[in-house]
Design a protein around this ligand. Structure first.
Ligand SMILES: *Cc1c(COP(=O)(O)O)cnc(C)c1O
Length: 305
């Protein structure tokens, strides 16, 4: 199978559109605001999860791994996307899920069940070991045929898929903003931009969606080839709203108002925090006049069910 056949088989819409957006907080702002609609890549395979999983899935199919194992929480967009891909590619899928949702499964877990995934609920302490070499070794010994993919799909092999976002862009941007949780998407963008030596610089800003000052920067740096120094990228920690999946009424109202103004659906865990931060930064004139700004809509609407 070739890589394009994988995309065709899964009905991936690519490249995703890049749209100019007007809202009441951009009209008089002297900046140009665009959105890269990775949320439209697929109705179920959440935008940035496809970007991160693409090459890993291709390797799994090529190397004839009949089985994929990965990790996530009870509402994980990553497990949802991967479970759907495995179902459609005829691969066995084991989801190792933090917490016990047996009696009270989320819509995401109901979908995984319907797709015949093998779901293993583990306690917090076991889940904490998800990246330990000895734990992964044991797992691999129990399932010698399986390909183990880390939480969120964030691994070195994910960077090339994310880099394609940069290559699809139709014009120059001064800033690219995106939500950041496990750092793979940010690292993929930065790794690609390091190899572009022409044109004016592009600054990448991750909006941290969890309380993770220092921790998130380390995740990104660890993924970058040669542990590239921090250049042209930063993570803004002012818009996590108290932690992962935490929100408040302001954020909820903002999400529905944004939808009314743009017809683009967002949710409070990832894209809501991204666009909320953008509105705040534009309003306080953080960006120089005339800036072109691209927001990456990473998808994730299933998590809001
Ligand atoms: C997983 C996810 C993110 C976080 O991406 P990372 O690469 O883990 O930083 C952002 N947005 C959505 C919708 C996601 O599902």
């Amino acid at each position: 199978m070739r890589l394009e056949q994988l995309s065709t088989q899964l009905k991936i819409h690519s490249p995703s559109p890049e749209q100019r957006i007007q809202t009441d907080w951009t009209t008089n702002s002297n900046i140009q605001f665009y959105v890269k609609r990775d949320d439209l890549i697929h109705p179920i395979i959440s935008g940035n999860k496809w970007r991160k999983l693409k090459f890993a899935l291709y390797e799994a199919v090529k190397a004839k791994h009949p089985h994929i194992i990965s990790f996530g929480g009870g509402f994980s967009n990553h497990l949802h996307a991967l479970g759907y891909c495995c179902r459609h590619l005829g691969l066995k899928f084991t989801a190792i899920v933090r917490g016990n949702y047996q009696d009270n499964p989320s819509p995401m877990l109901n979908d995984l069940n319907a797709w015949n995934a093998d779901i293993q609920y583990v306690d917090r302490l076991t889940y904490q070991k998800r990246a330990d070499p000895s734990y992964l070794n044991e797992l691999q010994c129990s399932y010698p045929d399986a390909l183990v993919i880390p939480e969120g799909g964030s691994q070195q092999a994910a960077l090339a898929g994310v880099a394609e976002i940069i290559d699809e862009l139709q014009q120059h941007y001064d800033y690219i903003l995106l939500p950041t949780a496990s750092g793979g998407t940010l690292a993929g963008l930065v790794a690609r931009l390091e190899h572009i030596s022409y044109g004016p610089p592009i600054e990448v800003m991750g909006i941290g969606v969890l309380k993770g000052e220092g921790y998130l920067e380390n995740l990104v740096t660890d993924l970058l080839p040669n542990q590239q120094a921090k250049q042209n990228w930063r993570i803004n920690h002012n818009y996590h709203f108290g932690g992962y999946a935490k929100s408040n009424e302001n954020l909820q109202l903002f999400c529905s108002d944004f939808f009314q103004q743009t017809q683009i659906a967002i949710e409070p865990v990832y894209s809501g925090k991204l666009f909320y931060a953008l509105k705040a930064l534009i309003t306080e004139q953080y960006f120089p006049k005339g800036s072109r700004i691209l927001a990456l809509h990473t998808g994730g609407l299933q998590g809001a069910r």
